[in-house]
Design a protein around this ligand. Structure first.
Ligand code: GLN
Length: 194
């Protein structure tokens, strides 16, 4: 069966674990490189992207995850701060520590500092009903590179994207009472194992 990790440095760790467990998936908290063993997928939660990035580097997780990505043996999904951690380009903070494996350009707090949070019903490619999405100090995806598919947009900006095994959402699907996006990610993790 599929085992999926949640990067457990900071942020919405418990909420993602609850979603995975509701789908009958074994959810593993990843704090050290050895916790990646046997995982076919990893979720990088929302929180504070600078904190997550600095600690992931310090604990050797950034390198270990990069190695698994190069080996092609891990699916990755970054949500909100996690999406920032995956982003190749952050023009405001080019030196922010991160994995940077997904060819997107993001702006942190890209919906304006005065807009703390909002909810939007998203039309998502492949889902028959709208997905209720919570955005909290969300980054805005300004550009996507070649080969990055846009699965959902809001106000003209992509909010759910995928490039091969790497997924990113600027919203927090773990805060909705809706398992459909987690379900699809888990299916993608299953394909990694096959
Ligand atoms: N604004 C946060 C950051 O830039 C992300 C917010 C979130 O993950 N909810 O790291």
């Amino acid at each position: 069966s599929v085992k999926v990790g949640v990067l457990a440095i900071q942020g919405d760790v418990r909420e993602h674990k609850r979603m995975l467990e509701a789908l009958g998936v074994e959810a593993v908290e990843v704090r050290l490189p050895q916790h990646l063993e046997d995982l076919s997928g990893l979720i990088v939660p929302g929180g504070e992207s600078t904190t997550i990035g600095m600690l992931a580097r310090e604990y050797g997780l950034e390198e270990a995850i990069r190695a698994r990505m190069h080996a092609g043996s891990l699916a990755l999904w970054g949500t909100c701060a996690g999406a920032i951690w995956l982003a190749k380009h952050i023009p405001q903070f080019p030196d922010q520590p991160r994995l940077g494996c997904l060819d997107i350009t993001v702006q942190r707090n890209g919906y304006g500092r005065q807009v703390d949070s909002f909810e939007a019903d998203l039309s998502v490619e492949g889902l028959d009903r709208p997905f209720p999405a919570f955005f909290i100090r969300a980054p805005r995806i300004l550009e996507v590179g070649q080969g990055v598919e846009v699965l959902a947009s809001f106000e003209g900006s992509p909010v759910l994207v995928r490039s091969g095994r790497v997924w990113a959402s600027t919203f927090h699907p773990e805060l909705s009472d809706d398992l459909r996006i987690h379900q699809r990610f888990v299916e993608a993790c299953g394909a990694v194992n096959a």
